[in-house]
Design a protein around this ligand. Structure first.
Ligand code: GLC
Length: 454
């Protein structure tokens, strides 16, 4: 990383720190005045704070991360009522900000989706919180924090919520559209891969962090988590996986099979295979598809879900290798002029109208509909290093390096190859800068991977 880029990224991080009663408790999504792309970008988003936290931890600044973990925990129990029903205990906010109340005092106000555009409660926040707790414990050695009653209860509530019996037959977790990093309607309701990877991550981590021998109830909760972890892993490795061999099988699938011995259990119709995927998928590559359900296979490629699957060990080593070869072979589509494509390909025409509700912000090849997001770079770098493809990590990193800094840390880029700064993109977006700092650290010291769940 050139010194100027590094310096500028750190300056932005410093300016982004949120203080409550003089204590640092998080970082805002973007630094700016009234010109922010969204009003709530002056709040601290749980998912955006993750790369900030990793930078702080690797720099030995543990306090802010601890304060953040405690703050989010305290918010969870306070604000749960939304017009007549209670948000489940366990759910954590998408973001929080500091407001001055009528008495002139500072107050932390959280958003559980009740103020967010589209009014969707995030599902990923509670998962990222647990993952961050694990990383904090690993990098500081502070095992006591996870043993505290309030932390134990929060983890158990999240597990209860995710493992609760519902109408499901599949081991994957059912969630609404817009409940993840992709927080607008994008046709990801159902079983999106991003949530399955995070879910798998917390199922594994909580078995380490929850005191299983404390009570019968804990013991049985953890036993259920273990069984679900195995079931989810097998399910994802088989049914989400797509390579040329699988594509051939699906192309020749029988349909309308009834009973326990059926092969095409989800009744995927071969005619639903989109044209683009047949030419796009190289022979030596593969990936986890975006979503599956009854007669539904969303063939789109989603970066975050795939990269987290590699990081958390949800994919087999061979599958991880093949996902990285997908990047290598389709570099221009998935990395292009600015790493990383959030999903490929973009939806357009009638599909865009129906699935996004004609959302102009998610126009084809823009924002969440096929835009390029620098904030995803660190997950690519980490996954590539883990899979032994440090060459790809460095190549992607070099693409972002000077450009991101010279263009003032945009939030996202537009066009098929990500050449244009996003039409409505903010600048000074904090996770664009922290992602670059973190990528630099990981490339220089791959041992840092050890602090992540694997
Ligand atoms: C956008 C992104 C979301 C992010 C937020 C703040 O809404 O889609 O993932 O957390 O901006 O940066």
């Amino acid at each position: 990383m050139n010194d100027k880029a590094l310096e500028s990224a750190y300056q932005l991080l410093e300016k982004s720190i949120v203080y409550y009663k003089n204590k640092p408790i998080g970082t805002v999504a973007a630094v700016g005045g009234d010109d922010l792309a969204a009003q709530n970008y002056n709040e601290c988003f749980i998912r955006d704070f993750v790369p900030s936290a990793l930078v702080f931890l690797t720099d030995g600044k543990h306090e802010i991360v601890k304060n953040f973990l405690e703050t989010v925990l305290s918010l969870r129990t306070k604000e749960r009522i939304v017009a007549g029903h209670e948000i489940q205990p366990g759910v954590m906010p998408a973001s929080f900000g500091i407001k001055i109340n009528s008495k002139g005092e500072e107050e932390i106000r959280a958003d559980f989706g009740e103020r967010a555009i589209g009014r969707v409660a995030p599902v990923d926040s509670m998962m990222w919180w647990i993952i961050l707790l694990y990383i904090y414990v690993k990098s500081t050695g502070d095992t006591d924090i996870a043993k505290r009653d309030d932390f134990q209860n929060a983890m158990k509530q999240v597990l209860h919520l995710c493992l609760k019996d519902s109408f499901e037959v599949s081991p994957a977790l059912l969630v609404p559209d817009a409940c993840t990093m992709i927080d607008r309607r994008m046709g990801i309701y159902g079983h999106p891969i991003e949530i399955q990877s995070l879910f798998y991550g917390i199922l594994r981590i909580t078995q380490e962090l929850i005191n299983g021998d404390d009570s019968e109830e804990n013991f049985s909760l953890l036993a259920t988590a273990k069984t679900r972890e195995q079931a989810l892993m097998n399910y994802v490795r088989i049914f989400y996986w797509l390579d040329v061999q699988r594509l051939n099988e699906i192309h020749r699938y029988s349909t309308e099979e009834f009973g326990v011995n059926s092969i095409n259990i989800l009744n995927i119709h071969p005619t639903s295979i989109p044209d683009w995927v047949v030419d796009w998928l190289p022979n030596n590559s593969g990936y986890l598809v975006g979503n599956i359900g009854a007669s539904r296979m969303d063939f789109r490629y989603f970066s975050l879900g795939n990269l987290l699957a590699i990081l958390f060990g949800l994919t087999t080593p061979l599958q991880s290798e093949k996902i990285l070869r997908l990047y290598e072979n389709n570099w221009n589509d998935l990395i292009g002029s600015m790493p990383l494509k959030i999903c490929f390909p973009a939806m357009s025409g009638l599909e865009w109208e129906v699935r996004t509700g004609s959302d102009p912000k998610n126009a084809p090849w823009s924002y969440q509909n096929g835009g390029n997001w620098p904030s995803l770079l660190w997950t690519f770098v980490a996954a590539a290093l883990k899979a032994g493809r440090g060459d790809l990590a460095e190549r992607a990193y070099k693409t972002a390096n000077d450009k991101l800094y010279q263009e003032n840390w945009p939030e996202y880029y537009d066009s098929r190859s990500g050449r244009l700064i996003g039409r409505k993109s903010n600048t000074n977006q904090v996770w664009s800068a922290t992602s670059l700092i973190l990528s630099n650290k990981l490339i220089n010291n791959p041992n840092l991977l050890n602090m992540l769940p694997s």
